[in-house]
Design a protein. Structure first.
Length: 370
């Protein structure tokens, strides 16, 4: 059984624990950046990808699952498609790059559920992980939304038992690394369906006794994330962040490159309670807007919101001025309110909107600018 630090009484990091983890994550990021300056090219490493463990030692076994894949006529196999990006291709490229980088570490084996554009069922993907006696199945994905304006990274894991503790702890490490690339962290999440975990790959893995995380790296349909994804070598940077997260969380080291993560302190988590940790199914129950100032034609507002029946934080806010809605802004972490200033004449109709971690939203009442 994989052990995590479990001194916390709740399922979320406390302020002190989060500060300590943030400091540790900064050290991991610094080491990762240093590592990246002299790491051999992906192509050269790929030939060594499934490196053997030293004699007499049980290797850490990681199975990477590049999401989707298969014939063009089956839309489910394609994943998100927003030109020039096709999710099934990105996930495979990402998986091969991660596998290549992990090959420079000692005592680790990394396998892929698919090596080409083939189609696999969710149970087949979990079966491959079980056949390799995986310590973790890591599913690689990219996101999209019906609104086309959400942005950021999120990690999904099992809602149940010790696999929740493992997935949530790894997810915190992963999100810290992705945040270092400029991606907004939407947190670690769970979702329960009629038969247990909602996501089939997580449910099948959990049944096989294998911890599983599903990483949604960024949104292919949002302006914010596409501006990052279009940058030079950003996919390689994502792969590097994933590989370093794996190396740090599993306490790997590389004798060849002098990298040692054996002292990395994993984020503290606890097992899920009986019945699991459900998703948030209701929108924020508090959302109020007040005008707090005016300077000439510039008017300031305070938007106050809360999701009192949820342990998950608010993530975004927006405001609508005479029917025109702003882009989504990030909600200040740990705050119950946010202020914004707009240019508006008297009589302008304004309302604010708060969005929670599960993309459910509540509008405030409409105010007429005074």
């Amino acid at each position: 059984m994989i052990k995590t630090n479990r001194s916390l009484t709740g399922h979320r990091l406390s302020g002190a624990a989060r500060a300590a983890f943030t400091s540790a994550a900064a050290a991991v990021t610094a080491a990762a950046l240093a590592f990246g300056t002299f790491l051999a090219p992906w192509a050269a490493l790929h030939a060594q990808a499934a490196s053997a463990a030293p004699a007499g030692q049980n290797p850490v076994v990681i199975v990477l699952d590049p999401g989707h894949g298969g014939p063009l006529e089956n839309s489910d196999n394609q994943g998100a498609i927003y030109a020039p990006y096709r999710e099934k291709n990105l996930t495979l490229q990402l998986a091969k790059a991660i596998q290549a980088e992990l090959s420079v570490y000692d005592n680790v084996q990394c396998f892929l559920t698919r090596e080409d554009d083939s189609s696999l069922t969710l149970s087949e993907r979990a079966d491959i992980a079980a056949a390799h006696h995986a310590d973790m199945l890591i599913c690689l994905h990219f996101n999209a939304s019906n609104r086309h304006d959400y942005y950021g990274s999120e990690v999904w894991t099992s809602a149940f038992g010790h696999n929740y503790a493992v997935g949530a702890s790894f997810g915190e490490t992963e999100l810290a690394m992705l945040s270092g690339l400029g991606l907004y962290s939407k947190g670690v999440k769970t979702r329960i369906g009629q038969h247990g975990d909602y996501y089939g790959i997580i449910r099948h893995s959990d049944a096989a006794g294998i911890p599983c995380v599903l990483i949604e790296h960024c949104y292919l349909d949002s302006e914010e994330d596409r501006s990052l994804l279009s940058g030079k070598d950003f996919l390689s940077q994502l792969a590097h962040a994933d590989a370093v997260s794996i190396a740090a969380w599993f306490h790997l080291k590389s004798s060849s490159y002098g990298i040692d993560f054996t002292q990395y302190v994993r984020p503290e988590t606890a097992d899920a309670p009986a019945g699991g940790i459900p998703q948030d199914t209701t929108a924020p129950d508090v959302c109020t807007l007040e005008q707090i100032g005016r300077s000439g034609s510039r008017v300031s507002f305070r938007l106050t919101a809360a999701d009192t029946d949820s342990s998950y934080p608010l993530l975004y806010y927006s405001y609508t001025v005479d029917g025109k809605t702003s882009r989504l802004q990030t909600w200040p972490k740990g705050s119950s309110s946010v202020t914004f200033t707009i240019q508006a004449p008297k009589g302008t109709q304004v309302y604010g909107t708060a969005h929670n971690s599960y993309e459910l939203s509540t509008d405030s009442s409409v105010l007429a600018v005074k």
